[in-house]
Design a binder for this molecule. Structure first.
Ligand SMILES: [Fe+2]
Length: 184
C-alpha cells in the first residue's frame, strides 16, 4: 500500500499544530489507524518497483497535474526515466511516450488508474463537473517487462476484464443505467 495525500492528513495535522507530539508519534499514522500489521498489509515507499520497468507512486509526491487523462503520469515517467503507475488524479488512461531513432525506440508509460469512489459523496464537488473516470488498472508482469491494462468501471459497477463481464448489468430496456432496484 502506498500512502496518499489524504492518508497523510492526521500526521500533517499533528506536525502543524503539535510539533512536539508529532516528533515521535506513530499512533496517528494511517498504517497504524488502519491496522496494517493486523491485516498483513505492507506500507511501501513511493517509486515502489511493482513490475519490471515500472514503479508505483500515489501521485502527489511531486508537483504537476495535467487535466488530460494519463498525461500527469506520463510526465512523471519521463522525469523518472521509468514507467509510472499512479492514482491521485482520479483519471483513467495509459499514456505512452517513445524516444529513440533509427528504428530503436524506447517507450515509457504513464498509467493513471482511475478511482473507485461514489462521486455523489464527494461533497467538495458541490454537484459540479469533474474530469474523473471510475476504473482500475491491471499490470501483467513478465520477466523483462510488463503490459498495462486500463479497466473502466460502468455506472452500475460492472466491468470487463479479458472479455469477461463482472458484476450485474443494471440497465433499463432503453440501455440507460437504472436506478437501484429498477433494472430490466
Ligand atoms: Fe490523492
Amino acid at each position: 500500500m502506498l500512502k496518499g495525500n489524504h492518508d497523510e492528513r492526521p500526521e500533517k495535522y499533528l506536525e502543524k499544530n503539535a510539533p512536539a507530539l508529532a516528533a515521535d508519534d506513530v499512533h496517528y499514522r494511517f498504517e497504524q489507524l488502519l491496522d496494517f500489521d493486523g491485516f498483513g498489509v505492507e506500507l511501501v515507499a513511493p517509486y515502489y518497483p511493482i513490475a519490471p520497468g515500472w514503479v508505483a507512486i500515489h501521485g502527489h509526491e511531486s508537483k504537476g497535474l495535467n487535466q488530460i487523462a494519463g498525461r500527469t503520469a506520463a510526465s512523471k515517467a519521463k522525469k523518472a526515466g521509468v514507467s509510472v503507475v499512479m492514482g491521485h488524479t482520479h483519471r483513467l488512461a495509459i499514456s505512452p511516450e517513445s524516444t529513440g531513432y533509427g528504428g530503436k525506440l524506447r517507450t515509457l508509460y504513464g498509467f493513471e488508474v482511475g478511482h473507485l469512489m461514489d462521486v455523489r459523496k464527494a461533497t467538495y464537488l458541490k454537484n459540479g463537473p469533474a474530469n474523473w473516470q471510475r476504473g482500475f488498472g491491471l499490470i501483467y508482469a513478465g520477466k523483462y517487462g510488463a503490459t498495462p491494462h486500463a479497466i473502466p468501471v460502468e455506472d452500475d459497477g460492472s466491468f470487463v476484464v479479458e472479455g469477461e463481464r463482472y458484476g450485474r448489468i443494471s440497465r433499463t430496456t432503453g440501455g440507460r443505467f437504472a436506478p437501484k432496484g429498477k433494472a430490466a
